[in-house]
Design a protein around this ligand. Sequence first.
Ligand SMILES: [Zn+2]
Length: 253
Amino acid sequence: MIDTHCHLDFNNYDDDREDVIKETIEGGVHRMINIGIDEKTSINSLELSEKYDNIFAAIGYHPHSASEFNKQVQDKLERLAQHPKAIAIGEIGLDYYRNYSPREDQINAFRRQIRLAADLELPIVVHIREAMEESLKILKEEKAYERGGVLHCFPGDYGDSQRALDMNLLVAFGGTMTFKNARALKVAEKVPLKQIILETDAPFLTPVPFRGKRNSPLYVHYVYKKLAEIKEIDFAELEKKIDKNAVSLFNLA
Ligand SMILES: [Zn+2]
């Protein structure tokens, strides 16, 4: 199993980070991608990746922090992304639900980081909330299909997933798929396996049966289990297929 999206550097884990990572690896999750949301967390992600063979890092500015993004920041990110364990640019994207940064700033940071990923030949990890149309439009204009990437915690419908597939973009499902009557579940039923990877977004979006508690990359197990159930295939077979998608997208050693 691979957790393609987690935030183990967040202070939610300050008391027991080492234990959480150890128990995750022992539980069969052999790769984790720790995702940056700004400069500090991108550096933290790299530090974790240096400490643990099983952890890789994504470098990027989340739309929430987009108002702080500028040329200087971009140059710093570019330097950080040269690290051998920096395997993606993210998370980047648009969040028109919270609007913590003005929309023009979000669009600017999104576009510039897609271009940065293209220059560095890295895939992108995209966060979209209440901004599917605009995001897909920008991804197309910026030729995201050349490098590929993933729409994390996929918030769209089946049609959106097909438009993403046309642009060489995978979709990632997480803990919300285990919730009762989850929309993500209905979408995941129809999306072809070759387009899917899985994630936790830990410490957030904890799957059933731990919903409401702090999430852990270990719990990606429940997401794999749910997907195997709805696709009606054997867990081991599903794991092999999904992990192959993640390894190939992120070029994981
Ligand atoms: Zn995240």
